[in-house]
Each structure stands twice: as structure tokens, then as C-alpha cells.
Design a protein around this ligand. Structure first.
Ligand SMILES: Cc1cc2nc3c(=O)[nH]c(=O)nc-3n(C[C@H](O)[C@H](O)[C@H](O)COP(=O)(O)O)c2cc1C
Length: 262
């Protein structure tokens, strides 16, 4: 594939577009939009956020030494954009975008009720990089909308309809998975549809072979009339149909008990 080269720039796409809430020492809350957020470590759970020093949020997060990352669904796209183009010094972004807060559990900060997932973070270090300062923070508490959790406790992020940001535009995520972790090396259980198809094809092949043998035999008999042969064919066809459906029903039953792996 032919490629054009550019000078070094930020090409990581897509990224999540999240809302980060913070609280200063006077107890004032602020919210701003962040695209430069990333996972840094799983044990302990750590994230990074790159923030320009001129942001009000930079000041609040430094003062409070903590923040909350609120994941946004596509229905919050307007709020996400607004909180990313309006500064908290001159605007009450919560009021303008009808965003409401609950108290965080582990830190002194607000959690946005309208967001399906949020996590509380404690700042561990701040590294000046140039245009942005890199905040490395430990995740100390996670909040997940109960509607996303099934009876086994599994979180279904696909149902959260999360927002992505790519090259200046907002997108939803196609909820149909293209694969799951490790699927490229995993032996897949055969799908019911393919299993049925294979079963029926194999059976039809068998029936065709049998009927060809029978046809050959009957062709050698001179006394066989056209009418008799037609009714024999009809019977044969009927028996094909019957066999096919009864076998495939049997196959379905046995498959429902035990799935074949290939
Ligand atoms: C999609 C999007 C992503 C953004 N990502 C970042 C970011 O990662 N870091 C940053 O400092 N500003 C980012 N911004 C800009 C701030 O959100 C914006 O300047 C905001 O008004 C700052 O608000 P504040 O001054 O109240 O903190 C982003 C803006 C948008 C729209």
C-alpha cells in the first residue's frame, strides 16, 4: 500500500471523547472535554490525561489532586462538544447542558449522573511535556449504570452507546462485534446455521447417491413404465424431504445438547 509521509503529529484515531469533572479547594465544580485520555496500567489501574496548563480544569485538578472521568454516550454529543469549546471561567457548563452531579465516593468531586460509566481518579504525578501536561492518575472507584450489568455481573459496554472522536468529528460505535479478544487463535464453536447446512448437505448427498444407484438399477429393467417411474420419483422426492427434515430435527436436538467444535 503506497503511503505519504507527514511530519510527526497526533494521528491516533479514534479516541474516546470523555467529560472530566473536577473540584477546586473552594468547592467549585468544573467539567471539560478530553480526547487525550488513555489507559496506562491495569495493576494498579492507572490512566493518563493530557491537559493544557491554561485550562481551568488544569487548575482545579491540581488543587483537588483528583478528577472523575465520565464516559459519554452518543446522546451527550452536544454536551461533549460544548464542554470542549466553552471555558468554565465564563460559563456554567453544567447548567447550560443540563448535566447533574452526584458525590464521588473516594474523592472530593462530582460524578455526572447522565453518563453511563464514570471512574474516580487520584493524581499521582504531573509531567510537563510541552503544549500539554501529562496527569498520571490511579483509578480508585468505578461507577457503572446498572442497566449495563447482566445477572452474572458482566458489564456490557456495547449497550452504553459510547462516543468516539476521530479527526475533528464525533461518531457512535457500531455495536456489532467483529471478533472478541483472542478469537483469531480460538477454535470456534460451529454456528447452528452452518451446522444445519452441513448436516442437510451431507444428507442430500447421501440420498442422491442412493437414488442414482437405484435409478441405474431401474433403467436396466425394460418393463418399467414412465408412470411407474414418475411415481417412484415422487416417492423418492417425498422420502428425501421427510428424511431431510427428520434428520435435521434430530440434528438440531442433539446439537442443542452438545455444540460441535471444529
Ligand atoms: C473533542 C475534544 C477533545 C478535547 N481534548 C482535550 C484534551 O485532551 N486536553 C485538553 O487540555 N483540552 C482538550 N479539549 C479542549 C478543552 O475541552 C476546552 O479547551 C475546554 O473549553 C476547557 O475547559 P475549562 O477551561 O473549563 O477547563 C478538547 C476539546 C474537544 C472538543
Amino acid at each position: 500500500m503506497a503511503k505519504t509521509t507527514f511530519k510527526g503529529s497526533i494521528m491516533l484515531n479514534p479516541v474516546p471523547a470523555v467529560l472530566i469533572t473536577s473540584r477546586n479547594l473552594e468547592g467549585k465544580d468544573n467539567v471539560f472535554t478530553v480526547g487525550w485520555v488513555g489507559t496506562a496500567c491495569t495493576k494498579p489501574p492507572m490512566v493518563t490525561v493530557a491537559i493544557r496548563p491554561e485550562r481551568l480544569s488544569h487548575e482545579y485538578i491540581k488543587e483537588g489532586n483528583s478528577f472523575v472521568v465520565n464516559l459519554a454516550s452518543t446522546n451527550l454529543v452536544k454536551a461533549v462538544d460544548y464542554c470542549g469549546v466553552r471555558g468554565g471561567r465564563t460559563t456554567d457548563k453544567f447548567k447550560d447542558m443540563n448535566l447533574t452531579l452526584s458525590e464521588a465516593e473516594q474523592i472530593n468531586c462530582g460524578v455526572i449522573n447522565e453518563c453511563p460509566v464514570a471512574f474516580e481518579c487520584v493524581v499521582k504525578s504531573i509531567t510537563p511535556l510541552g503544549s500539554h501536561d501529562l496527569f498520571l492518575a490511579e483509578v480508585v472507584k468505578c461507577h457503572v449504570d446498572e442497566e449495563l450489568i447482566d445477572e452474572k455481573g458482566k458489564i456490557h459496554f456495547d449497550k452504553a452507546d459510547l462516543l468516539a472522536y476521530s479527526h475533528g468529528e464525533y461518531f457512535g460505535i457500531n455495536p456489532t462485534p467483529l471478533g472478541s479478544f483472542g478469537y483469531s487463535v480460538r477454535k470456534k464453536p460451529i454456528s447452528k446455521k452452518s451446522a444445519d447446512f452441513l448436516e442437510v448437505s451431507a444428507l442430500n448427498n447421501k440420498i442422491n447417491t442412493n437414488s442414482t444407484t437405484r435409478d441405474k438399477k431401474s433403467n436396466t429393467s425394460k418393463n418399467t413404465s414412465k408412470r411407474t417411474s414418475k411415481s417412484a420419483n415422487d416417492k423418492n422426492n417425498n422420502s428425501k424431504k421427510n428424511l431431510t427434515s427428520s434428520k435435521s430435527t434430530k440434528a438440531n436436538k442433539s446439537k442443542s445438547k452438545k455444540r460441535t467444535r471444529i
